[in-house]
Design a protein around this ligand. Sequence first.
Ligand SMILES: CC(C)(COP(=O)(O)OP(=O)(O)OC[C@H]1O[C@@H](n2cnc3c(N)ncnc32)[C@H](O)[C@@H]1OP(=O)(O)O)[C@@H](O)C(=O)NCCC(=O)NCCS
Length: 251
Amino acid sequence: MRNMWVPEGIRRAIERFREDIQAALENDPAARSVWEVILCYPGLHALWLHRVAHFLWKKRRYLLARLVSHLNRALTGVEIHPGARIGRRVFIDHGMGIVIGETAEVGDDVILYQGVVLGGTSRQKTKRHPTVCNGVVIGAGAILLGPITVGEHARIGAGSVVVRSVPAYATVVGVPAHVARLGNGARPETALEHNRITDPLANALEEIAQRYVELEERVARLERRLLGEGVCAEEGPLPALLKEPDGKEEV
Ligand SMILES: CC(C)(COP(=O)(O)OP(=O)(O)OC[C@H]1O[C@@H](n2cnc3c(N)ncnc32)[C@H](O)[C@@H]1OP(=O)(O)O)[C@@H](O)C(=O)NCCC(=O)NCCS
């Protein structure tokens, strides 16, 4: 076959086919043979069918492309919109439950586990799905929303919900996702990098503390005013004013 003349398109397709199999063998320690990978890896079948759908999409055969994508979903449990752009040597492990939206872009050597969603947050017909750069690993069940960018070789923890862009080489985890590790393997200096951390509980506590300070200031101002108007003779008069005629304090 090496000496045979093979059309360029076919040659490229065979090369991609080989790369895909190699990626599965390298990334899944459970994979034992080429035939096992070819026959039993729905993630691979999903990629191959997506290439057909994407080809048709680019040729403006939109309905046919959607039909192939629909068939892909039925056979593999992986829903990739035919417009989505997927790079080389991408490895989809297990497959089931993955959803990749129309304007999503996935780079080379990316690993996606089951249940990953690259979803949109807008109804506008613009770029509305994530861009995932080369070498990223996205854990099982992670949900990435909106036109965010996940930098090269970043890692997304299983079950995370990512709504902001992720720096290259960082590890993000949680809901909403926050940086657990930076590119150099260090943990982020949270005191200095508030812009990288979103912790709803901490935010709520901060709001309560701020409100408390505001209320204290208002009470102090009120006390000073009452003192100035001669309503009270000494500082801190509010407790006395709040006393009912029978001597009980109002609550
Ligand atoms: C995120 C991940 C890639 C690990 O990356 P890492 O850079 O090696 O990070 P570590 O394991 O050192 O964890 C860093 C911190 O994040 C936490 N963490 C890791 N994964 C997490 C997750 N999915 N959700 C919440 N927290 C997580 C760790 O407990 C650790 O916290 P600590 O710093 O308070 O101790 C890995 O945990 C993960 O989720 N991989 C996906 C694997 C997968 O989906 N497999 C499916 C096979 S079917």
